[in-house]
Design a protein around this ligand. Structure first.
Ligand SMILES: Cc1cc2nc3c(=O)[nH]c(=O)nc-3n(C[C@H](O)[C@H](O)[C@H](O)COP(=O)(O)OP(=O)(O)OC[C@H]3O[C@@H](n4cnc5c(N)ncnc54)[C@H](O)[C@@H]3O)c2cc1C
Ligand code: FES
Length: 392
């Protein structure tokens, strides 16, 4: 791939210089100032609370600016663009109290009011933390019958207010950065990898990196400009697979673990980061385990096909019972009844959603395990296998 030469100026050093200049001007570090202004805001809120009871200061402040909420993390969509027909890129300004620090590869949670209730999903941040300007960027692909993704691709517009969950996730670059990396992605699985590639470029650490990315059609390709920038480095290699079109010699079939040792002869010396569809990741996990290769994966979607029958799910402490089929998770069933349970990734990664199963059996869609009464279960990936009671 041809591309412009990578930038030689380090954005990191630009930021450091800016912070140093601010510090010199004020005699305080920016972090101290942030803490002081947060403390002052806290004191003001405490003071206001005495006057606004029985309502909370939030009830008034959000009328002035919907981003000034201390009850929940909020954000406002600042800009919307459409890199392909089926995708939307959103720039989101975080509101008061939203943590903005993140590692390259992490995701944020987005809560959007759809059909009268908040729907939550996770989306990878695509900017490099080193050059991040305080605005979150995500790219969402509309999937068939996808509640949130269709809504965002069809209806998101600047000025729209949403809820946010702080950046999180273990799928990110480690410190120190591995000497040799192989990134493997397919489709929208490129989003966390783009953040990592941008991070490596911005800290001038783009050494021995190979990227294998696969898309069905050329028109589906996201972040082509980033791949081109990466390909311009002397020690990097970018392999693009376009699987759904008549291929010429340059392109090839779907990525398979069996091809990796041919495509990347030194793959056993590399740390592999992979994000893509479940069959690809399942195959890579077996392949890497057999060869003792360090593999880190991120899964975007849940395979809902299973033998689980569904059943009546009772949320004991709420005295509520909901009927759910074998493809609806316990977490989704609770939300459909207006019960908000804690959650983070909604994909079985972070454990935030764990609850005690007090009666019945559930099936874990990620691991295919069946859990019995007394187990601690991840409600975001477990479905009922008969009638169950959850202790929440
Ligand atoms: C860490 C992480 C990062 C992610 N980053 C990105 C990203 O950068 N970009 C991106 O586009 N996506 C990303 N995702 C995926 C994203 O979170 C959503 O899962 C995706 O947008 C689909 O959400 P949806 O509401 O549109 O689909 P959903 O409504 O959740 O549906 C998903 C699929 O499941 C089926 N389904 C849902 N409920 C049922 C049911 N009860 N019975 C049968 N079938 C059902 C639907 O038909 C659909 O095919 C990420 C996910 C994770 C976990
Ligand atoms: S919400 Fe992260 S594991 Fe369930």
């Amino acid at each position: 791939m041809t591309s412009p030469q990578p930038k030689k100026t380090s954005p990191q050093s630009t930021l450091s210089m800016r912070h140093a200049a601010e510090k010199a001007a004020s005699g305080r570090t920016p972090r101290t100032r942030t803490k002081q202004s947060k403390d002052a805001l806290k004191r003001t809120r405490g003071f206001l609370r005495r006057f606004t009871t029985p309502l909370l200061p939030d009830d008034y402040t959000v009328l002035i600016n919907p981003l000034w909420s201390s009850r929940e993390l909020r954000g406002r969509i600042e800009a919307v663009s459409y890199p392909t027909d089926e995708t939307v890129t959103l720039r989101i300004r975080p509101g008061w109290g939203v943590p903005v620090d993140f590692h390259a590869g992490q995701y944020i949670g987005i809560g959007v009011l759809i059909g009268g209730r908040y729907t939550w999903r996770s989306y990878s941040l695509t900017d490099a933390p080193e050059t991040h300007d305080g605005i979150f960027t995500i790219t969402v692909r509309a999937i068939d019958e996808g509640r949130m993704s269709r809504h965002l691709v069809n209806l998101a517009e600047p000025g729209m207010h949403i809820r946010l969950a702080a950046p999180a996730g273990d799928f990110h670059l480690t410190e120190p950065v591995p000497e040799k990396i192989l990134f493997i992605s397919a489709g929208t699985g490129i989003t966390p990898i783009v953040a990592m590639l941008r991070s490596l470029m911005s800290r001038e650490d783009m050494n021995d990196v190979t990227v294998i990315h696969s898309v069905r059609h050329r028109s589906d390709l996201l972040y082509a400009e980033v791949l081109e920038q990466v390909a311009a480095y002397p020690e990097t290699k970018v392999i693009l697979r376009v699987t759904g079109e008549d291929t010429d010699e340059a392109y090839g079939p779907r990525i398979s673990p069996d091809d990796l040792e041919t495509l990347v002869p030194d793959v056993r010396e590399r740390v592999v980061y992979a994000c893509g569809p479940q069959p690809l990741l399942d195959g890579l996990e077996t392949w890497a385990e057999e060869r003792e290769i360090e593999l880190r994966t991120e899964r975007f979607t849940l395979d809902r096909a299973s033998d689980a029958t569904g059943g009546a799910i009772t949320f004991a402490q709420k005295s509520t019972t909901v009927e759910a089929d074998g493809a609806t998770t316990i977490l989704e069933a609770a939300e459909s009844a207006g019960i908000m349970l804690p959650f983070g990734c909604r994909m079985g990664i972070c454990q935030t959603c764990v609850q005690q199963l007090s009666a019945g059996f559930v099936h874990d869609l990620r691991t295919n395990e069946t859990h019995e009464p007394g187990s601690r279960i991840r409600t975001c990936v477990c479905v009922a296998a008969g009638d169950v009671t959850v202790d929440c």
